[in-house]
Write a protein that binds this ligand. Structure first.
Ligand code: MN
Length: 207
């Protein structure tokens, strides 16, 4: 992640057709090259007028959003969140093969959700029931995994809450293929989770 202004569009860590058939390359081109890029451009546009904020990391801006100048808080929440959330979303999918949680992360999922199946069920329900645009997340805080939803481009990140994975349920993430069938998108998305990447974030979150 290019952490400081000017933020850049991170290339996908896999080819555009790597997530087919669950996510088509057409969807991925629009989502990554247009929607995500717009958030990057808008964020840079806002920050270009605030040189003092240009040495803050994106995560610091989002965590301390209430300390930012009042007239740009909404813009940073929407566009900074849009950059942060999309970076995690694209990174936590994998194009080659299928993975499962292993080791400590697998143990933690069993401890906090009883089983992988139950974890998938709760994540699915959270994603399907998110009203309007938003995300469903797996987060880690103080030794505990939690699944939460968020609206728009809000992100659950704080000093202590570490996001580990997210599924984007904005219509732009699935509408070209699935139209109104968000549940089908979510069920096809679950096998795309890059658990090796999630595990790296989980290990980093242990501190
Ligand atoms: Mn999106």
């Amino acid at each position: 992640m290019n952490e400081l202004f000017p933020f850049q569009v991170e290339p996908l860590p896999y080819p555009y057709d790597a997530l087919e058939p669950a996510i088509s390359q057409e969807t991925l081109h629009f989502h990554h090259d247009k929607h995500y890029k717009t958030y990057v451009d808008n964020l840079n546009g806002i920050l270009s007028d605030f040189p003092k904020l240009q040495n803050m990391t994106l995560e610091d801006m989002l965590i301390h959003i209430k300390d930012l100048p009042e007239d740009i808080q909404t813009g940073i929440r929407n566009n900074g969140g849009g950059v942060y959330n999309h970076q995690l979303y694209f990174q936590c999918m994998q194009g080659d093969g299928f993975s499962m949680p292993e080791g400590d992360l697998s143990n933690a999922i069993h401890k906090d959700f009883e089983s992988i199946d139950n974890f998938c069920r709760i994540l699915t329900n959270t994603a399907i029931k998110q009203f309007g645009s938003g995300y469903a997340w797996l987060t880690f805080e103080k030794g505990k995994l939690t699944i939460v939803g968020s609206a728009n481009q809000d992100t659950p990140v704080t000093e202590t809450i570490r996001p580990l994975l997210c599924i984007d349920v904005w219509e732009h993430a699935y509408y070209l293929q699935y139209q109104n069938r968000r549940a089908d998108y979510v069920s096809n998305w679950l096998p795309l989770i890059n658990w090796n990447y999630v595990n790296q974030l989980y290990e980093a979150a242990q501190g």
